[in-house]
Write a protein of this length. Structure first.
Length: 312
């Protein structure tokens, strides 16, 4: 009986407690809803974070700091480089030891970094090379006359055409590698163009022709126009008597290589307005050489009453 009374009281108590808790929950929920609506009405601006910090100002500060750091590095470039060299010299053994101990980790990190920032690295390299090229070209322009005299004395240049027989590697090696860094960023042709601004360079006459020379129609044509005097070519039909060997002797080996050893293909590319007939080109060196000698003798005895016979 007593047990039943106690159980009944417990149940009723628990029911009352449950209803009380339920009421409190409802009241709390409504209170929180009203509080959230109040906080929404008085919310902070979109440019301010949870702690009330102005994000736009912070971003401006960061940009100013980056600009300051960049300017500082530029203004103190030599000092920073000197400090870096001193630090490396002083701690060379430690740095080397650390690199050996963490070789795989460093390689893995560098690989990840290069993969992640590939585009940024390429852009940086491009900007760096462009900046170096501009500075080197400016140096060449400001000292063009002095450099011309120095190189002419070193290579014994008496005629501007002598430059066609001098390669970029030879210029790099002259004067203790003085122009090695310059030619690293400035193409050899640009190098000569700055030194001799009034000269029209025939790319095909260089010992090592610049890249894509024989894909440039104007340069290919200029090459043929330049060498035709040496080959005694006066009319387009005279090209039929020029052999591949003869063209190669005046600097046309690169041209022949590009066009598969066929003079017909090279001339068709250079002079598309002329209808060339492939069967008319000489196939034997003897015949072409004979024609060349005939033209040479005709030029020698031009003012004399001497008749030169071919195939006599």
């Amino acid at each position: 009986m007593l047990c039943g009374f106690l159980n009944t009281q417990t149940i009723s108590l628990s029911r009352r407690t449950g209803s009380f808790r339920q009421r409190r929950t409802v009241e709390t929920t409504s209170a929180s809803t009203s509080a959230s609506s109040t906080s929404t009405s008085t919310s902070t601006p979109a440019s301010t974070n949870y702690f009330g910090v102005d994000l736009e100002k912070e971003e401006t500060k960061k940009e100013k700091m980056k600009a300051f750091q960049k300017k500082y590095r530029e203004d103190h470039k030599e000092e920073l480089c000197a400090y870096g060299k001193q630090y490396f010299a002083k701690n060379q053994e430690k740095i080397y030891k650390y690199r050996q101990e963490h070789k795989q980790e460093i390689a893995s990190y560098l690989k990840q970094y290069k993969t992640k920032h590939r585009e940024k690295i390429l852009e940086h390299k491009k900007a760096y090379r462009e900046n170096k090229r501009r500075k080197e070209e400016e140096y060449l322009s400001n000292n063009a006359e002095q450099i011309r005299i120095s190189l002419s004395e070193s290579f014994g240049i008496s005629n501007i055409s002598d430059w066609y027989n001098i390669s970029a590697s030879e210029v790099k090696a002259i004067d203790g590698g003085k122009y090695k860094n310059t030619l690293k960023f400035v193409p050899y042709l640009n190098f000569l163009q700055i030194l001799y601004p009034d000269t029209l360079w025939v790319h095909g006459l260089f010992k090592i022709a610049p890249k894509n020379t024989w894909e440039d129609r104007s340069q290919t044509r200029l090459f043929f126009e330049t060498v035709k005097k040496k080959l005694r070519v006066q009319e387009p039909q005279d090209w039929y008597h020029v052999s591949a060997e003869m063209l190669g002797s005046v600097g046309g080996r690169g041209c022949l290589t590009k066009f598969g050893g066929r003079l017909f293909s090279a001339l068709s590319f250079a002079y598309p307005e002329i209808l060339w007939e492939s069967q008319n080109f000489v196939g034997l060196t003897k015949k072409s050489t004979q024609r060349f000698l005939t033209k040479t003798l005709q030029d020698v005895y031009l003012d004399k009453e001497v008749e030169v016979f071919e195939n006599y």
